[in-house]
Structure formats: C-alpha cells, structure tokens
Design a protein around this ligand. Sequence first.
Ligand code: NDP
Ligand code: 8X3
Length: 252
Amino acid sequence: MVKIVFITGASSGFGKACAEKFASHGYDLVLNGRREERLGALKEDLEKRFNVAVILSVFDVRNREEVFSSFADIPSDWQHIDVLINNAGLALGRDYFDEASLEDWDTMIDTNLKGLIYVTKAALPLLKKSQQPHIINMGSVAGKEVYEKGNVYCASKAAVDTLSHSMRIDFLRFNIKVTAIHPGAAETEFSIVRFKGDEAAAKKIYDGLKPLTAEDVADVVYYCTTLPSHVCINDLVLTCTQQADAIYFNRT
Ligand code: NDP
Ligand code: 8X3
C-alpha cells in the first residue's frame, strides 16, 4: 500500500520542503495550511514531478471544530496516515515579557501548542490504521533553552518537547513512533512572520551565519522515518555548524 504523509503548515518552509522530500520518495500527501492557493500550486507541482497523489486539507490548526471536521472529510480511500508531521507554527514578536503583546502570545499558544494537540487527537484514528505509524513534532532549540525576549515562543516549544515525550509514553501501547525534532536557526519565512514583515530585522537573525535550510530539516525528518521498525529517534536537536544551542553562535 502507498504510504501517506499528512503535513501541517505545508505552504512554506519546513512543511513545504518535507512535502517535496516525501513526494520524491513516492509518498502520497495530505497538505495542510491556510493559504489554499499556495497549497494548490504545490499539489500541482508535486503530482507532475513525482507522479504521486496529493490532496489538500485547508484549515486553521487553532480552530478546533475546523480541525476535526476536516479530518472527518478526508476521502475514504485516504483513511490511513503513516506519518503525521506536526509542523505548523510560528513566533510572533521578540519583546521583553512586560512589553510583549498578549494577542501575539495567544496566537503562539493557540497555534504551536493547542493546534498540535487538536491535530494529533484528530489524526489518531487514521494513524492507528497504519502498519508503522509515526508522529513527527516540530519543536525548536527555543524549547530547549530560553533566550532573552523568547518568553512565550520558548514556552510553547518547551510544551512541544514535553508533549512529544508524553505522546511517546502514552502511544507505546499503539506502537506509534513519536519523534520531536528541534531545529536551530533556519532561513524560511519564519523570521519575516516573527518580525511582522520587517525584512531587515528578519535578515539580521542570520547575520554572519550559514543557517540551516528548509531542505536540511526535511532531510532529517525523512531520515527519522526510514529507520527499521524497532528503532525510534525520540528527540533530535539540529543546528547549523555555527550554532551550538539556542544562545551560542559563532558569527563570522
Ligand atoms: P514558515 O513561516 O516558513 O512556515 C510556517 C508554516 O506554518 C506555514 O506553512 C503556515 O501556513 C503554517 N501555519 C502557521 N499558522 C498556521 C495555522 N494557524 N494553521 C495552519 N497552518 C499554519 O516557517 P518554518 O517553516 O520555519 O516553521 C515551521 C515550524 O518550524 C514552526 O513550528 C516553527 O516554529 C518551527 N521552527 C522554525 C525554525 C526556523 O528558524 N525557521 C527553527 C525551529 C523551529 P499558512 O500561513 O498558509 O497557514
Ligand atoms: C526558531 C529558532 O532560535 O529563532 O524556533 O527561536 S529561534
């Protein structure tokens, strides 16, 4: 049976690169995001280049009803998921705790934490139908160490770390692999979103660095899913060579 990967946040960055990577290895794909036009263009491109089947599941991971109704609407011949990539997420702002926006905080918690929980819960019946189900949760080095002005973004990613561990334990009885992947700085649309379109501020994050690319992260995600069925990478941190953790860089 052809394997199916469900990717949240596939319209850009890591999610899009994962879609390409898995398509290039013959997986059929369910692509999620809110920007339907982008997802439609990606579907067309991947189907043409890799001769795979792609369907879209356009919803906002923050909207609980939408998440569950979208999973209920998945066509009957797509009723299993082999790999769920919980990737949709964002940082908004980089401000001192006392100066940061409550709206930004709500959005990050609703997307990075609650969205991931809703999607996982909704996907579980389909994952259980797979011979070898695997959940990949996109964390961050920001969930491993806290940096100045990282406050709620760091907390939301620390929650992804903790939840991944919890899923790993609770899903043992279903033989579901759970892998948390924690990338460091990677040049995608992430910083442009974080700095709300301020391209100069976004670019500064990568000053003097050769950061990770979305394709680097997708390669690692794919690798984790190719191990023998008795082997699971539970937790994986990856950074560019010039970054040691969330705080220490060698900018040249
Ligand atoms: P991008 O901004 O390039 O991509 C983010 C993706 O998330 C988009 O496809 C966006 O789609 C989707 N998304 C955001 N909000 C929602 C929502 N409410 N519902 C559905 N989809 C949503 O960033 P990255 O690819 O870099 O980020 C992907 C993940 O990796 C995030 O979780 C991020 O926190 C994490 N990360 C990023 C790092 C980096 O340096 N780039 C490092 C470590 C972790 P759309 O807008 O169409 O809905
Ligand atoms: C994104 C990486 O260091 O900008 O999660 O928080 S960082």
